[in-house]
Design a protein around this ligand. Structure first.
Ligand code: PLP
Length: 366
């Protein structure tokens, strides 16, 4: 049971539409890894994964506990853990999650763990750094990698991958091409050391769109699944998946000189009608959206946020809007409205979506 009237509706049909959009841009045999980290980009990672399980090849999460949640919900697809932690090897193996090994320390430690447990051919993924400089082995580490791998058959390389630093940025095309070239050289060299097939993958959503030559065997689809491409043209062809709704708790009529909210941040210059809505910064509505920077929709009209965003509530201006207590409020229900929030404080849709806190009730609409 949930006593919250603020609800995030996750649109399963929109997910399907978006997946299909990307499938048409891939070779029919290119595999799809759906990225469901961070609660499925702030939606519900488990519900999204259950919906997509039969339609994609792989899932990726950032951390081991996210992968465990998928396994406990019955997900059977292989699950790549992008940022495993050494203290989690035990549960990673117990839930048959596949770690990304990105440096000598994680490789040696996991190889040691699997050897000790007498495991063989445990699937792992080698992450190579080609310019993002976040996680990853360097090209010149390949020899050292195989001195560890060749001591026994505890580990089996399922894939090697890398991540583009600026795939959405046409001005950085030369840099991206350099990354792709480097990755191809890495793949060639790795293959000289092994006699079994491995999966190569490099592109996220904007990489899929901008660099078809880097699709390789699999692509890692994240934000595109949730409705955002790297320009308006693509985003308009995708459908919004995150729909955040609330209701009006109370309406106040205030006179000139009266204030609204903490620190009296809004002072009415004239008669003003306000609506109080049960969503605040603890739900993911940044305080930076306060004081007129953000708006919500009530009866299809913009109601700007008055004064400071509270922890649990906002107050909005409904002076010119015909509305009542209990009426529906749309916090956002389109990519445009999510982009409006992002633009209001120099953020990006990724942050707006993932900020929706766990207090907000999730409903999956098939
Ligand atoms: C999050 C992530 C992705 C997905 O990126 P999108 O831009 O959301 O498609 C892909 N690969 C890695 C390594 C990631 O961390």
């Amino acid at each position: 049971m949930s006593n919250h009237v603020t609800v995030l509706k996750i649109d399963g049909k929109a997910l399907d539409h978006n997946l299909q959009f990307f499938k048409t841009r891939l070779n029919p045999n290119t595999m799809i890894l759906a990225v469901v980290k961070a609660f499925g980009y702030g939606s519900d990672g488990v519900l999204v994964a259950q919906h997509l399980a039969s339609k994609v090849d792989y899932f990726a999460v950032a951390y081991a506990d996210e992968g465990i949640a998928l396994r406990e919900a019955g997900i059977k697809n292989p699950i790549l853990v992008l940022h495993p932690q050494i203290q989690n090897w035990e549960i990673i193996v117990r839930y048959h999650l596949e770690p990304s090994l990105y440096n000598y320390k994680t490789l040696q430690s996991f190889a040691g763990f699997c050897t000790e447990k007498k495991l063989s051919n445990y699937p792992v993924h080698l992450k190579f750094n080609t310019g993002l400089n976040r996680l990853g082995f360097w090209h010149q580490d390949i020899k050292a990698i195989f001195t560890v791998l060749n001591t026994n058959n505890a580990l089996k390389i399922k894939s090697i991958f890398s991540h583009l630093a600026a795939s959405e940025d046409q001005n950085e095309e030369a840099f991206t091409h350099k990354q792709i070239t480097d990755f191809k050289a890495i793949a060639k060299q790795v293959r000289e050391h092994i006699d079994y097939p491995i999966i190569l993958h490099m592109t996220n959503t904007s990489g899929i769109l901008n660099f078809p030559e880097a699709h390789f065997d699999m692509v890692r689809l994240g934000i595109g699944l949730y409705g955002f491409g790297n320009d308006d043209n693509i985003t308009n062809q995708l459908q919004n998946t995150h729909n955040l709704y609330s209701v009006i708790s109370q309406i106040h009529q205030i006179e000139s000189g009266e204030s609204v909210g903490y620190n009296r941040a809004f002072i009415a210059k004239k008669y003003t009608k306000t609506a109080t809505i049960p969503i605040g910064h603890a739900d993911g509505i940044s305080r930076q959206l306060g004081n007129g920077n953000g708006y919500v929709l009530i009866n299809n009209q913009k109601a700007i946020i008055l004064g400071n965003v509270c922890m649990d509530m906002i107050m909005v201006d409904v002076t010119k809007i015909d509305c009542n207590e209990g009426d529906e409020v749309i916090i956002f229900n389109s990519q445009k409205s999510i982009e409006h929030f992002a633009a209001a404080y120099n953020s990006i849709p990724y942050e707006i979506l993932t900020a929706i806190s766990q207090r907000v009730k999730r409903v999956f609409v098939e």
